[in-house]
Design a protein around this ligand. Structure first.
Ligand SMILES: Nc1nc2c(c(=O)[nH]1)N[C@H]1C(S)=C(S)[C@@H](COP(=O)(O)O)O[C@H]1N2
Ligand SMILES: [Mo]
Length: 558
């Protein structure tokens, strides 16, 4: 770039701007590819590395601060960072090109030749494949990513080329505009350039980018769920803890009520598939798998390893099971809990088909197509309620819930319910899965929880008007024998009516009719399981073992 019109700063800024625009469009293209074709997404790779090396305490406080949306913010931050790196690359490129030995790459006004785009693409391709991906642990050109190295090479080349060529195009266009404002180019030349076919193509590209951004935004918004309420705090919490007994004897017989009414504001007993909470480690895109090419291999410390395709899997005897899933990062009173009717093949049957399990085997590892994995102990794997599920509420598993096959393992947190299974390995080591490498519990037994769904502050409460207090309670696979409610911040308790649940693997709905006098009330709920264990009142955040404490809400009746 030999133009005398520009200072070094201006040249840098010009390249930075062009790099930013090209970088945004190229990043959107990368995300669009990864959404549609499951190709590499660099923000995803970096996010996974960052969470792996983040100290658990920092992870915890970010989670507390941003809530369940933390992963989305992380994704946005990385994405912005990626665009800034593209922009920086553009700026530096211009500074480099201003040296006279590169004068062949631009004309005397500073317009870049297309060759610059190819050079940029090549350099980025090599840096990403040989440096960035290996450093994040994804291997040379992403060999250890689910998409594989060849696919990643091709994707990076396509995105890189798109960036390089858009960079040249945008920079030349900006330059033209700039020269025009300086009066160096005649007005009609600019008009002509702005109507050129290349411009129209770029505009098309920008529209595609904008549409992709819209799709993404919509996905994030539509999958977002918040959590409400509070845990009991301050003096009332210590009062509750003083009177707390960990276990009650005899265990109360559940008082199921046939007249249990479905009240407005109370969660439906079965969550519909589209209302079912949704969680995955994936920052931007979850796998969408075609069952035709899918199969599942069962191998490891077992005599006859084998592989099944989808048709073969579905032909095996299946079992129906109502089960509630809860995420380990669910806060007390939170929304990351749902209940469905599942159908699947007992894992013990699948293992039995592979012959004898070798002595010394300790765990079963489930691998998934999004590079996620987790393990369960062999004894847990052989429990009759541990299933490889293929159906949910009467239809094949929806894609976001693990199609074509996911694990169901009652009694432990949702993270162990591996979705999009590809391989099942019997091992004789103490395998640690994706979240365990990030500091979360490995055995991960569900901590008993209960929630007040209504009142929820949406309807005003009038003195003397009959209403209901209602919600749910969940103990993993132990069943619920009693749910108690306190109207006075935990000083006194009374048992509520329970709805008979479909199984001991699900949540239990509870309710209590209420005709309040005017005043302010602190409602608190606690549950007792069928072994007589009382819900733990000590308040704990989700990391690393799951949350505990009592859900409590304060309401005013006027
Ligand atoms: N392959 C895969 N399986 C996964 C996850 C994931 O990120 N990848 N997330 C887990 C977590 S943390 C939870 S809570 C449950 C959520 O299941 P759902 O989205 O069907 O409710 O899936 C689990 N299985
Ligand atoms: Mo989870």
């Amino acid at each position: 770039m030999q133009s005398i019109l520009f200072s070094r700063r201006q040249r840098f800024f010009l390249g930075f701007s062009a790099g930013l625009v090209a970088g945004i469009v190229a990043s959107l293209l990368m995300i669009l590819f990864s959404l549609l074709l499951n190709t590499v997404s660099l923000p995803e790779v970096l996010g996974s590395t960052i969470t792996q090396f983040m100290p658990p305490a920092l992870f915890q406080s970010l989670h507390e601060f941003f809530g369940p949306d933390a992963k989305r913010y992380l994704f946005y931050i990385i994405l912005v960072g990626q665009c800034l790196i593209f922009a920086l690359g553009g700026g530096l490129c211009n500074l480099l090109l201003s040296q006279s030995r590169y004068s062949a790459l631009s004309d005397k006004e500073g317009h870049l030749r297309w060759a610059v785009g190819f050079w940029l693409a090549g350099i980025l391709w090599l840096l990403t494949g040989l440096v960035f991906l290996p450093v994040t642990g994804a291997g040379l050109f992403g060999v250890s990513l689910p998409a594989g190295a060849l696919n990643t090479m091709a994707t990076l080349a396509a995105v890189g080329l798109f960036f390089g060529l858009s960079f040249v195009f945008v920079q030349n266009w900006l330059l033209l505009r700039h020269l025009q404002t300086l009066g160096a180019v005649k007005q009609d030349e600019v008009v002509e350039a702005s109507l050129s076919r290349r411009t129209i193509l770029t505009r098309g590209g920008l529209w595609v980018g904008a549409a992709a951004l819209g799709v993404l935004a919509w996905r994030f918004i539509s999958s977002g769920v918040g959590s409400g309420g509070q845990t009991l705090s301050g003096s009332s919490a210590s009062e509750v803890q003083q009177s707390y007994k960990a276990k009650v004897e005899p265990v109360p017989a559940p008082a199921y009520d046939g007249d249990f009414s479905q009240i407005a504001g109370l969660s439906p007993e079965i969550t519909t598939n589209d209302q079912f909470y949704q969680v995955s480690k994936n920052l931007s895109s979850d796998p969408s798998i075609n069952a035709n090419g899918w199969n599942m291999t069962i191998y490891g410390e077992i005599e006859q390893p084998y592989t099944l395709n989808y048709t073969q899997l579905q032909a095996l005897p299946m079992k129906q099971q109502y089960e509630t899933l809860m995420c380990i990062s669910n806060e007390v009173g939170g929304q990351y809990i749902s209940n469905a009717l599942w159908e699947g093949i007992p894992l013990s049957d699948l293992l039995a088909k592979a012959g004898k399990i070798k002595p010394g085997a300790t765990k079963v590892v489930l691998y998934a197509s999004d590079d996620y994995s987790d393990s369960i102990h062999l004894a847990k794997a052989l429990e009759p309620t541990t299933l490889v599920a293929v159906r949910m509420n009467g239809v094949p598993l929806p894609s976001e819930h693990g199609y074509p096959a996911r694990l169901l393992v009652p009694g432990i947190y949702g993270m162990k319910h591996v979705k999009w299974i590809t391989k099942i390995e019997v091992v004789n080591t103490d395998y640690q899965g994706y979240w365990q490498n990030r500091g979360w519990s490995d055995p991960a037994p569900i901590r008993m929880t209960s929630r007040i769904d209504t009142p929820n502050g949406l309807q005003p409460l009038k003195a003397g008007m009959p209403t209901y207090i209602a919600g749910l309670a969940f103990s993993g696979n132990k069943g619920i024998s009693e749910v108690d409610l306190s109207l006075d911040a935990g000083k006194t308790w009374q048992p509520t009516k329970l709805k008979k649940p479909f199984s001991d693997l699900t949540w239990v709905l509870w309710e209590m009719p209420w005709q309040p006098k005017a005043g302010s009330y602190t409602l608190v709920v606690r549950a007792i399981d069928k072994e007589g264990n009382v819900q733990d009142p000590a308040s704990a955040s989700p990391a690393p073992d799951g949350s505990s404490g009592y859900h409590s809400i304060t309401v005013t009746v006027s």
